[in-house]
Design a protein around this ligand. Sequence first.
Ligand code: ADP
Ligand code: MG
Length: 376
Amino acid sequence: MKYVDDITKLFTRFGANTETYQEIQPNYKDFKDDPITPVLPKPEPSVVLPPPTSTPTPAAFLPDEPQPSLLIGAPRFPLLTEPPANSGTGDRQRLSDLLRELNQVRRDGLPETTRKRTKAKVIAIVSANGGVGKSTVAAGLAKTLRRPGGRTIAIDLDPQNALSSHLGITRQVPGLIQLKEQDADWGAHRLPGFSDSECLPFGTGEMDDRHLLRQLMLEDSDWLNQHLASMNLSENDTVILDTPSGATVYSQQALDTADLVLVMTVADAASYLALDTMTQWLETTRRRGQRHRYVLNQRDDSRTFSRDMGVLFVRRLGADLIGTIRLDHQFNESLAYGRDLLQYAPESIGCHDILSLSGAVHALLFADTCSQQGTP
Ligand SMILES: Nc1ncnc2c1ncn2[C@@H]1O[C@H](COP(=O)(O)OP(=O)(O)O)[C@@H](O)[C@H]1O
Ligand SMILES: [Mg+2]
């Protein structure tokens, strides 16, 4: 199309005609630019110490700050590459992140075998979204997954502190909040739960206590691993780690410690859409030889949509989907009345599905040992 035609069309669209069109030739001769002194970047010292100040050092994460549901995919210390514009606060933040990264690099530089590890098998239950049944499944496995001569201990890494209720424990007792220091004896504080399970709750405490625990875990990425190692568990014991939703410091430490990670999903769009981000996060694990498997929860067979979503999950995850738990209101009722579903409604579909998941996990984790012992 010709240039003149273009102009004519444009004018017509605005209800004018080209008669009024005048072309103005700009004159650049008399134009003077403002003289600007170029600002040269100052050479950066290797570590910039923060100026002395009376304001308290801000925590890298505040105890109850709203968290993105997943920090997945981002580098672990994003501030190193993107320092905040704010000078004073930014420098302090940056320094603590730099020091933390140095610690991390130092630890990561060690071959994994030199770090003392628990002999027990460790299973972490994680999810991208909340309310998908992590604690329900953690408790279900704690009650049903038992090796001969071994014990199963469920540890609550979720500040919601709900796991102990799923196992019928109502007493307020010391939990991780109180037992955060490395010399604390976790073994001595395990509580008996339903069906011979044992539980170490997250515990309750003041904001400051929770803040301290979180800070400790942020500063020492080996915190959980060391505590588990100090429990002196045997190869017949099993540890189940319940975590909060998303990539929090708690779930990250669980991820870095576990032999098997079970990702909980439900048959809905949000869980399906989160699968990619979840995979990216799982790849950040420091644990070699770790296995990742998926569990689909709350499939409602009375609804076409839920069944369809179930089919999509099966197609997408294939053999990595090792269990499906159907919607069963007995879960909720058992929790509300403080009952053990296994004892109270052993014929329920929820009970059936938990047992079947437990069988799949057992086969996956203990297959080698079973075949050595001649167990089918
Ligand atoms: N398969 C299921 N059918 C019905 N209710 C379920 C099922 N799984 C879990 N629930 C209920 O859903 C709620 C959230 O479960 P919970 O295990 O606390 O989730 P999360 O730990 O992921 O936040 C609880 O009330 C629980 O009883
Ligand atoms: Mg929970």
